[in-house]
Design a protein around this ligand. Structure first.
Ligand code: FAD
Ligand code: UDP
Length: 373
């Protein structure tokens, strides 16, 4: 087989680049994907009860970039959806990110008022402050109490479950994803554009890849076929350390086990996701119909159980944001530089970056715009 581009992986990184190369450059692309479906970790499907579920964990689209939102309009309509998360703290379900409503629910009225006033005086209103910043920079005894309380009850155990590390042993950007929010806005994200693809993510990818210049080969590791395919350049979206046969050692990732549970109940929980920082071995439960808006009898929800990643046994869902691993990644980046005329490395695994979907799309579009073709 003869193509212009061999793309490894049919997730957002591989599919956006395939779509751009075919539609804008009119060149031939072969995507080789080792799973039995397109869409990477964003893949969704109907379960045996007819409920649309996300096989690799809940995916909610959000971005502040008009260009990304605009680009994806071509492939799907969006259902407007604002994700909400409640965390179980001291036996109560309170908004996460932890905000003024959370502390009002947890503390006596007079004390909640005092904490709110002090937070606003120190940081301002409608401001997001990472927990590690508050812990480091707070002398006031009330704010100190609050920071310790939130650290212990919201972040410490959840982070240990998710990463087997304490918050301070990860890059600060990890816990900064879910800051303390000095506001009464209970949404999980405040991005300008938020939503779910009307017919699901897999349908979005089908539309993206429907160009006749794009062929997709599923159930195939690229190593099985790379020798048989004539291609000018490759785009690789899998784990960068695996591409280089682990010459510098293995990059660590975190994996997850998912437990899908179907219930006859019309609705299982009050909001899309409930976080359990302190109870159970799973981190959170997410009820899909609350995200997708699907009307159906019964409901399906998912529990997420963090796991170590073991090559060939489970899936590397999360690169681990920590400087020592970043340093190891840079050794692979140096290898990648040497072959950049032939192979480009793009995406969450290939760049060892804790990217959200919109960041992967943005980065793939940037790579496309810089292609020297
Ligand atoms: P992937 O989707 O991982 O695609 C890479 C593909 O390459 C895979 O399909 C893989 O099978 C294939 N591949 C790898 N090696 C080979 C090989 N040797 N041969 C052939 N194929 C290969 N982002 C958000 O914006 N919002 C969310 O709510 C959100 N929730 C998430 C929840 C979970 C549990 C997880 C794990 C991630 C979540 N994300 C979310 C992040 C999102 O999944 C990623 O940003 C995005 O899917 C990354 O796309 P990608 O193309 O880089 O990688
Ligand atoms: N986090 C936490 N408690 C929570 C929510 C998040 O400790 O209730 C921390 C935890 O370290 C987590 C990180 O913040 O891994 C990022 O959370 P996010 O919800 O963004 O994770 P993702 O959806 O990517 O798994």
């Amino acid at each position: 087989m003869k193509v212009d581009w061999l793309i490894v992986g049919a997730g957002f990184a591989g599919s956006v680049l395939a779509e751009r190369i075919a539609s804008q450059l009119h060149q031939k692309v072969l995507i080789v994907e080792k799973r039995n479906h397109i869409a990477g970790n964003a893949y969704d499907e109907f379960d045996e009860h007819g409920l649309l579920v996300h096989r690799y964990g809940p995916h909610i689209f959000h971005t502040n970039a008009p260009a990304i939102w605009q680009y994806l309009q071509q492939f799907t309509q969006w259902r407007s959806y604002y994700h909400q998360v409640l965390g179980v703290v001291d036996g109560q379900q309170v908004p996460i990110p932890f905000n003024i409503n959370s502390l009002t629910a947890l503390f006596p009225h007079y004390y909640a008022e005092r904490l709110t006033q002090k937070l606003i005086e120190k940081y301002g209103f409608n401001v997001k402050v990472p927990i590690l910043n508050i812990l480091e920079n707070t002398q006031d005894p009330d704010l100190r109490f609050l920071a310790d309380y939130v650290y212990r009850n919201v972040f410490e155990q959840y982070t240990l479950k998710q990463w087997q590390l304490k918050p301070e042993d990860l890059a600060p950007s990890v816990t900064a994803r879910v800051p303390i929010y000095i506001s009464r806005d209970n949404r999980y994200f405040q991005d300008t554009y938020q939503g779910m693809p009307q017919a699901g993510y897999t349908a979005l990818f089908q539309k993206m890849l429907e160009n006749p210049l794009i062929k997709v080969l599923l159930n195939t590791d690229y190593r099985e076929v790379a020798d048989e395919i004539q291609y000018k350049r490759m785009i690789f979206t899998g784990e960068i350390d695996s591409y280089f046969s682990y010459v510098h050692g293995k990059l660590p990732y975190r994996s997850l086990n998912f437990n899908f549970i179907h219930t006859q109940q019309e609705q299982f929980q009050s909001v899309g996701t409930i976080n359990y920082p302190n109870e159970y071995q799973y981190t959170r439960t997410t009820e899909f119909k609350l995200l997708t808006g699907q009307r159906a009898y019964g409901s399906t929800y998912i529990e997420e159980y963090p796991q170590p990643y073991v090559i060939d046994e489970n899936i590397p869902y999360y690169p681990i944001p920590k400087e020592e691993y970043r340093a190891l990644y840079r050794k692979y980046l140096a290898e990648a530089e040497k072959i950049k005329q032939k192979v480009l490395f793009v995406g969450r695994l290939a760049e060892y970056q804790y990217y959200n979907m919109d960041q992967v799309v943005a980065h793939a579009l940037t790579v496309f715009n810089k292609l020297d073709v």
